[in-house]
Write a protein that binds this ligand. Structure first.
Ligand SMILES: Cc1cc2nc3c(=O)[nH]c(=O)nc-3n(C[C@H](O)[C@H](O)[C@H](O)COP(=O)(O)OP(=O)(O)OC[C@H]3O[C@@H](n4cnc5c(N)ncnc54)[C@H](O)[C@@H]3O)c2cc1C
Length: 181
């Protein structure tokens, strides 16, 4: 489960102190996305707002024939400036200015902010750089507790790749324990 939910979980017996401290030290980043349908299909493209520090893109990956514009914003100041937690209005106004050629169907706009999703409570972990030779506490099982999730993948944290690798690592650890018992 995501870091903030894991941090709030009560372990009984408690986790070893060093593991608990390592877990408590992980911060969660903030991100938001906007998706707006378009009245007509467009070419795949991307535009970055340099002063606004966010970007917008059109892509066949929308699976509706490049008929949506997506926009991604990361970090608290950027998400706050776009007023993402209040809805799509301010962000759409920014997109209109950034990319006036797009014919937006505003009524279908969707903003997603992960901070207020009770099952996520943030976007992804922010792991401090560390000595690559130092073993990560969260990759080591505690008895029969196995940690998985992007935050337990020190070299790939904050990515889908990291989440997958952590799952494979944890599953291999489970198999090892079962075979040895
Ligand atoms: C806006 C945004 C953009 C991103 N862009 C990219 C990108 O371009 N490339 C990339 O590689 N990665 C990207 N990521 C990161 C990537 O999505 C995550 O690193 C990855 O999905 C994390 O997977 P996970 O399995 O660790 O956690 P999650 O996918 O969060 O899964 C954790 C699961 O635990 C569940 N859960 C929570 N509490 C409990 C509980 N008490 N009991 C049971 N289940 C619980 C949750 O509902 C959730 O389903 C992005 C993330 C965000 C938010």
């Amino acid at each position: 489960m995501p870091v903030p939910l894991l941090q709030a979980l009560t372990f009984d017996p408690p986790l070893p102190r060093a593991v608990g401290e390592a877990l408590a030290s992980i911060r969660m980043s903030v991100a938001a996305k906007l998706a707006v349908p378009l009245h007509a299909p467009v070419a795949a493209d991307a535009v970055m707002s340099v002063p606004g520090r966010y970007w917008a893109y059109t892509t066949p990956c929308d699976e509706v024939g490049v008929r949506t514009v997506g926009s991604w914003a990361g970090s608290t100041p950027v998400v706050t400036a776009l007023q993402a937690t209040d809805g799509s209005e301010a962000w759409i106004a920014e997109i209109r200015e950034l990319w006036p050629e797009l014919d937006l169907d505003e009524a279908g706009a969707v903003v997603t902010t992960w901070l207020d999703d009770p099952w996520a409570q943030g976007a992804y972990s922010v792991l401090m750089s560390r000595d690559p030779d130092e073993p990560s506490l969260l990759t080591t099982p505690v008895g029969r507790i196995f940690f998985a999730g992007e935050h337990s993948s020190p070299d790939w944290s904050g990515t889908i790749e990291g989440a997958l690798r952590s799952g494979e690592r944890a599953a291999a650890d489970v198999v090892r324990l079962v075979r040895s018992s």
